[in-house]
Design a protein around this ligand. Structure first.
Ligand SMILES: [Zn+2]
Length: 419
């Protein structure tokens, strides 16, 4: 540990110098229903101990309840409106082309981890999916002894780019597959080993939701994963670290009794009513990992070319079965703290049991064969766990009792709020 320093201010919040290493784990897709189930079964004893001896609540995640917006909320300590990453894609209305939102230049504000590094702390940021890596480590100079890599590309790590190399040999694990629980477990095992060997001050470990997309809380695959997760977080805590657990979003079953996904093909509906080319539906969940959800989520955006108004779109689709909310830009940004310059003309949010796609012909659902569709993006998947292995101090106890918890406060609580 580095000697005591002055507090570090990041995006308007002062973070004290950590008394012991702080590890924040983002359990991607970690819907509270998984923990409820496995706590009831008694098979996650370490997390059970955190809850009884530390602090636990259910927090509001950021909207839309997708991976990128919520990881950026957690790492900056701010809502989506402030950091600007409101999905994987937005539509550039100058070119009418979708723009991928994973570039660090699109992230507004600073990463807590990076600001600590710049203040003299040693930091580690590991993510399962490489798409998150550059934004998570925006501004981080790994030449100063920090580590930043993804398990997706663990075998490609270099000292110059990642602050670590020969990662597979060092950890003694094979390169995990893109669709495997090992992709997440690799992140946790690497975090444990770095904590043992280098004792950094701050670690951010972000997993992947392949398990939760694939298995419901009552399925064996999910239980196996959570038991292994529990073992890992227990070992982190045993290294005298403050361990904080949250999630980027939850996960809901969106299939019917026959096992087929309940999909609203929104672009097809809008084209039939208003004509082709008048509106563009963007599914901001779309990324390279689509086999397990077919790019179907609970939140989409509609842009209009101008001949059709937002009001007409809302009037046409707002009453459709399965749509929970259809809102104009100003309303959705106000309700869910989202940035207007990256919002569509209409935001459409699905009910818990339904998802929304663009055109049926644009989604490849072959990867879902034999599985029920489980996915996220809406309000129904925006509740996440918020767990600390250490008790809160009096000030943060009062704060937690007085206002709804937000998942983007997890670093604040872990660093400033624990005894
Ligand atoms: Zn996610």
């Amino acid at each position: 540990m580095t000697a005591s320093h002055a507090p570090v201010e990041v995006n308007g919040i002062a973070y004290r110098w950590p008394l012991r290493p702080v590890v924040v784990v983002c359990i991607d897709g970690g819907d509270p229903r998984y923990l409820q189930r496995f706590l009831a079964d008694g098979c996650i004893p370490n997390i059970a101990r955190f809850i009884s001896q530390g602090f636990a609540g259910i927090a509001d995640g950021s909207m839309p309840s997708f991976t990128c917006p919520n990881n950026m909320s957690i790492i900056t300590g701010t809502p989506t409106a402030r950091h600007g990453i409101s999905g994987n894609f937005y539509l550039d209305t100058a070119t009418w082309q979708p723009v991928v939102m994973t570039g660090p230049e699109l992230l507004r504000g600073d990463s807590i981890v990076t600001r600590f590094a710049q203040s003299g702390a040693k930091v580690v940021s590991i993510t399962a999916k490489d798409k998150l890596r550059k934004q998570l480590s925006k501004g981080l100079d790994v030449a100063q002894g920090h580590v930043s890599f993804s398990s997706e590309f663990a075998e490609r790590c270099t000292l110059a780019e990642n602050g670590i190399d020969n990662t597979l040999q060092w950890l003694g694990m094979a390169q995990p597959g893109m669709y495997s629980m090992e992709l997440s477990l690799f992140v946790l095992e690497a975090g444990i080993k770095l904590l043992q060997e280098r004792r950094p001050d701050l670690l951010y470990l972000s997993l992947t939701d392949w398990v939760q997309h694939k298995w419901a809380p009552d399925e064996d695959g999910a239980r196996t994963f959570y038991q292994r997760l529990d073992d890992c977080v227990g070992r982190l805590a045993a290294l005298d670290a403050t361990v904080a657990l949250t999630a980027d979003h939850g996960m809901s079953d969106k299939s019917n009794a026959a096992g087929e996904p309940n999909v609203i093909w929104l672009q097809d509906i809008l084209d039939a009513r208003f004509g082709q080319g008048q509106t563009t539906v963007i599914c901001p969940i779309t990324d390279a990992f689509v086999a397990h959800h077919g790019a179907l989520g609970g939140f989409v955006r509609v842009w209009t070319r101008g001949a059709v108004t937002a009001r007409q779109i809302i009037d046409h689709i707002g009453g459709l079965d399965g749509i929970e909310l259809a809102l104009d830009k100003a309303t959705v940004c106000r309700m869910f703290e989202m940035p207007p310059d990256r919002e569509g003309d209409v935001a459409v949010i699905a009910r818990e049991d339904t998802c929304i796609g663009s055109s049926a012909s644009n989604h490849d659902l072959s990867g879902l064969k034999g599985h029920r569709l489980r996915t996220h993006g809406g309000v129904s998947e925006a509740k996440v766990p918020f767990i600390l292995n250490r008790p809160l101090n009096e000030a943060y106890k009062a704060r937690a009792a007085g206002a709804p918890l937000k998942s983007y406060q997890i670093f604040d609580y872990a660093v400033n709020g624990t005894l």
